[in-house]
Design a protein around this ligand. Sequence first.
Ligand SMILES: Cc1cc2nc3c(=O)[nH]c(=O)nc-3n(C[C@H](O)[C@H](O)[C@H](O)COP(=O)(O)O)c2cc1C
Length: 180
Amino acid sequence: MADKIGIFFGSSTGATERAATLIKNEIDAYAIADVEVHVVSMNNVSTMSNFKYLLFGCPTWNIGELQDDWAIVFPSLSNINFQGRKVAVFGCGDQFGYSNSFNDSIGILSQKIIDLGGEPCGWMPADDSYQFEYSRGATDGVLMGLFLDEDNQAAQTPQRVANWVLWLLEDFGLRQPAAA
Ligand SMILES: Cc1cc2nc3c(=O)[nH]c(=O)nc-3n(C[C@H](O)[C@H](O)[C@H](O)COP(=O)(O)O)c2cc1C
């Protein structure tokens, strides 16, 4: 039976929803896992326990805050047993409009996953295509997930998704690294 990956996202104006679809399609192209996509809500937060592999998609709103759907379920994440679960985070932000809180949600969710004993995955080095000042989702030049900026760099999204998914499937242990 194929491994199951659950994507749970929130999106107020559609950018992170588009990203969730792109990510699902990219994973599907490898044909190594079944991907389910859900808008995160109090009705489905407990079903996260059905997945060994989880992707959380959350844009940053209101200057460094979680998007509304995530803000509602955030306290309930503590009811999920994250031990043994591999969890990756992606999000959309605006690095020029909100340069001191760019994709902060990725940091907020990543820290929660760590606190709850989950295994954070999909971290990658920041490259110089990003120009933000500060993010709670970045530490020592490492991004704690996939940083997207549909407001300013939408044209880069498909390639960023492709690169990240390739790495993520390795990090999840679902795909062997390409031979050197
Ligand atoms: C009032 C407001 C506050 C925002 N705050 C942030 C922020 O702190 N950090 C950030 O990276 N983006 C911020 N954004 C930009 C959104 O995250 C961005 O537009 C994103 O693509 C929205 O994703 P969604 O369509 O999935 O909701 C803000 C946008 C608005 C309008």
